[in-house]
Design a protein around this ligand. Structure first.
Ligand code: NAD
Ligand code: UDP
Length: 314
């Protein structure tokens, strides 16, 4: 692969830090841009001595000019707790941030990959979700700042492609987990692992029959890099990347119990508003055009993630 100058927005976050690491290992120059809302310097501290790595504190809602060949636009809080903390800012990050990054891509002729999400499918009626499904999203609910923000970000990407010929990619990321999730992140995998390690009851929202499909972070990063570097017809159309292994939250609690190696107790708490009932990616498109499929199953990925949290949770 040709070495590139690459901008990763949200690069100090959970997925972004793994992406920066991989891009550097492949011999690229990486600029990591982050406002440190949910990202941490500690996530990239081990990269700071690398002369091919630069860390820039910047908010994507403000324009910036950088000479780069590729842009991975990940900047946006991903956990419901964090994206609902300041919902107006979440919309601004998705709309103004994405416009700024698309404008930069247009100006410097960079290829840009937009981190979209399975949330564009909302509470899906089509199951598993294929890329041609338009989704079932509440436009005025508490998740809308994120779901609709990401949908309009996709619209902007498509319009910059059609109107300005920008070389674009859209990856629809399904629930991803692994090392460097924040212990207080609020997402289910980190919550359950931290609770299990502290000997607390695992908080199952609702009756725990809702499903999610969990992808280990190294698989996701692999799919992301493949999508960025694959060329051809229709590559600007969205691609699902996720692990089709689907689990109820009750099953996930049992898997986490096995991963920490001790029995866990659960408690049932109210289900948040608009919580999707089911989610599973159809990854036929990723298989066909990227030759990609996940390689790490849930027990293996959970064991690695537990190993990480054991070191940071006292
Ligand atoms: P994260 O919260 O760990 O990372 C997001 C990063 O973006 C953080 O470092 C944060 O500080 C930074 N950021 C937020 N707003 C910013 C702004 N205005 N300017 C600059 N930086 C900003 O989340 P993550 O799980 O690493 O998610 C990364 C991307 O992937 C997000 O765009 C998210 O929507 C998408 N995604 C993640 C998942 C998942 O399961 N983890 C699923 C679907 C989509
Ligand atoms: N969830 C849960 N307990 C928790 C956190 C989340 O049962 O402590 C549930 C949540 O209601 C949802 C699923 O786990 O049905 C995934 O939640 P998460 O916030 O990780 O991701 P998202 O809902 O955005 O897919």
């Amino acid at each position: 692969m040709t070495q590139n100058r690459i901008l990763v927005t949200g690069g100090a976050g959970f997925i972004g830090s793994h992406l920066c690491e991989r891009l550097l290992a492949e011999g690229n120059d990486v600029i990591c841009l982050d406002n440190f809302f949910t990202g941490r310097k500690a996530n990239v501290a081990h990269l700071l001595d690398n002369r091919h790595f630069e860390l820039v504190r910047h908010d994507v809602t403000e324009p910036i000019l950088l000479e780069v060949d590729q842009i991975y636009n990940l900047a946006c809080p991903a956990s419901p707790v964090h994206y609902q903390y300041n919902p107006v800012k979440t919309v601004k990050t998705n709309v103004m941030g994405t416009i700024n990054m698309l404008g930069l891509a247009k100006r410097v002729h960079a290829r840009i990959l937009q981190a979209s999400t399975s949330e564009v499918y909302g509470d899906p009626i089509v199951h598993p979700q294929t890329e041609d499904y338009w989704g079932n999203v509440n436009p005025i609910g508490i998740r809308s700042c994120y779901d609709e923000g990401k949908r309009v970000a996709e619209t902007l990407v498509m319009d910059y492609h059609r109107q300005n010929g920008v070389d674009t990619r859209i990856i629809r990321i399904f629930n991803t987990y692994g090392e460097r999730m924040l212990p207080d992140d609020g997402r289910v995998v980190s919550n359950f692992i931290v609770q299990a390690l502290l000997g607390e009851e695992l908080t199952i929202y609702g009756d725990g029959s809702q499903t999610r499909s969990f992808c280990y972070v190294s698989d996701l990063v692999d799919g992301m890099i493949r999508l960025m570097n694959t060329t051809g017809e229709d590559l600007h159309m969205p691609v699902n990347v996720g692990n089709p292994g689907e689990f109820t939250m009750r099953e996930l609690a049992e898997e986490v119990g096995r991963a920490v190696g001790r029995p866990v107790a659960v408690k049932f708490v109210p289900l948040p508003q608009d919580d999707p009932k089911q989610r599973q990616p159809n990854i036929d498109r990723a298989k066909a055009i990227l030759g990609w499929q996940p390689t790490i199953d849930l027990p293996t990925g959970l064991a690695r993630t537990v190993g990480y949290f054991e070191k940071i949770v006292k």
